[in-house]
Design a protein around this ligand. Sequence first.
Ligand code: NDP
Length: 246
Amino acid sequence: MTDKRRYALVTGGGRGIGRAISIELGLRGYYTIVNYRNGLSEASETLEIIKSSGGDGELLPFDVSDLSSVEVALKGWQQSHSGEYIEVLVNNAGVRQDNLMMWMQNEEWDRVIDTNLNGFFYVTRALLKDMLVKRFGRIINISSLSGIKGLPGQTNYSAAKGALNAATKALALEVARKGVTVNAVAPGFIKTDMLNGLNENDIKGNIPMARFGEPSEVAHLVGFLASKEASYITGEVISINGGLYT
Ligand code: NDP
């Protein structure tokens, strides 16, 4: 008899930190559902890497900031996978649109809140019931240093990630008795497209480890939090920032 598939979903799993997490979960034996919004070719490449590393998965496009897009995609998946469920959810999809508060446009505020915070709500709510019924689940939210200490020019992003940290703690308490853990990972500077325009040499002097982090370093932490071995860790916001803010 073959083992039952164990499903993990990574939002924004096609590139950057999400790609590294998708690959890590694939290596850990999860059938990895790689969500993307615009980046079909990068998400396809990620799926190829998972498969060539001996894992398996599929692509699932939707926009986390759009409620109907989330519901159509996830209800469709659930209907076509009767009796199965997604046991690991990594809410990774995120955007930043920095501006000083006095210049910030409504669209910049809304887009950052809609993606980083409302996206977490829409996707998590859709998958939570199955985790509770099955009495096992792992929810890992990719937050940010910006949500812990606040960064100038990022009132929108700091607000979204700070709220995500608070929601992580509240939800963890709601579901703690049901075998579902909820944690956040708060990276500092990690080498991805999100840091385009920032020069590592200009910033690394402020980082005790004197370098930016690699997406794979975040992915290893997420992989552990997704595992059964991490069963007694919940409601935590775990920093991964080379000592930048401790
Ligand atoms: P990237 O810009 O490299 O990737 C962003 C990812 O989010 C892409 O896969 C993108 O998908 C996806 N995405 C954006 N908007 C949506 C949406 N509406 N619906 C679905 N997917 C979406 O960023 P990172 O990999 O660096 O960021 C990943 C997470 O880590 C984010 O939550 C970010 O806030 C957080 N983070 C990053 C840090 C860093 O230094 N890099 C530091 C702290 C936190 P697509 O390609 O399809 O558009």
